[in-house]
Design a protein around this ligand. Structure first.
Ligand code: SF4
Length: 310
């Protein structure tokens, strides 16, 4: 299979001698942008129901959720190992002792070989980094920050409750501890067109991140953004436009950056727009077709064929 960028699956296979799958956990966190510490109402696009797979239920313990996830995945791959993915809400928003208990409960579950912690950039105190730095010496730890955009005006518009300087600081502080650092961004946020996304690509790429996750803008029923979209509709990408944007975006990124994913699939009953009707693998196939026919990537592939990775 030709490689046009460093994909997360291949990267994981190089780190682990067995197949590894993330299991999402809802550990019962809230979010400082919802409970009033930073803000109220949350980010305008946010609905955490879109994060959680069926086996993920905050009424269950972390161990129970992991065991449910393992049962789900091990039907297909019995020898699989797992990363506990603290995904829903802000997974560093609790006193250190309680975080330590949660992370270590996950890590003590059989066949769990590491943790992935999704959080906000303004929610990473030094004391927690001290702890994670130590934990990282014993097991796989990846901290994933919701950066969403490098544009402060957009961050204000979507009520993120932090600016890009805060994202940069969190990423730099985490990376400086030797902890794997990931970032999540959204392409197509209100007031951000293709040119704006391409302007931001080198800025995001210059951050000391290891892994980047990219999602298309989706409007979720019941969110403030859904109301805004009805009152002041803004352009949402078609699959073709989005693929062309991704192809342009990838070309502006560091070649060593690992790209985790490019699309997100909100449940259809929650999704207002855009209704692409594409499964993730169908999108991946379309993207691959496009990359194959993009001149810049044909050159990259020629180098890859001669032994150099893109
Ligand atoms: S997207 Fe994340 S940071 Fe924003 S309100 Fe939702 S949980 Fe909080």
């Amino acid at each position: 299979m030709k490689q046009y960028y460093n994909d997360f699956g291949t990267w994981l296979r190089q780190r682990f001698p067995y197949k590894v799958q993330k299991i999402s956990i809802d550990a019962g966190f809230t979010c400082p942008n919802r409970d009033g510490l930073t803000g109220r109402g949350g980010c305008t696009y946010c609905d955490n129901r879109t994060f959680n797979p069926a086996y993920c239920n905050r009424k269950k313990t972390i161990t129970e959720q992991l065991e449910d996830g393992k049962r789900f995945f091990s039907k297909k791959y019995p020898a699989m190992k797992y990363l506990a993915y603290f995904q829903a809400y802000t997974n560093t928003y609790s006193p250190l002792e309680s975080l330590r208990r949660m992370y270590e409960e996950a890590l003590s579950t059989e066949d769990v070989v590491g943790i992935v912690i999704g959080t906000r950039p303004d929610c990473m105190p030094e004391a927690l980094l001290d702890y994670l730095e130590g934990l990282n010496k014993q097991t796989f730890v990846l901290v994933e920050y919701g950066i969403e955009t490098a544009n402060d005006r957009t961050l204000l518009h979507i009520n993120r409750g932090h600016d890009f300087a805060c994202s940069r600081s969190a990423v730099e502080r985490t990376h400086a501890r030797g902890i794997l650092t990931g970032a999540h961004i959204i392409l197509g946020l209100p007031e951000e067109d293709r040119e704006e996304s391409l302007r931001q690509a080198p800025i995001i790429s210059a951050l000391p991140i290891d892994i980047l996750k990219i999602h298309q803008m989706q409007i979720i029923r019941g969110t403030r953004l859904a109301e805004e979209y009805v009152e002041h509709p803004f352009h949402l990408y078609t699959p073709q436009e989005y693929i062309e944007l991704i192809v342009g975006y990838i070309q502006l990124l560091r070649k060593d950056l690992v790209l985790d994913r490019f699309v997100s699939q909100a449940p259809s009953d929650l999704l207002v727009a855009p209704k692409w009707g594409l499964k993730n693998y169908e999108f991946a196939n379309l993207l691959m077709q496009h990359l194959r026919h993009t001149q810049a990537f044909q050159g990259q592939y020629a180098r890859h064929s001669s032994g150099l990775l893109l």
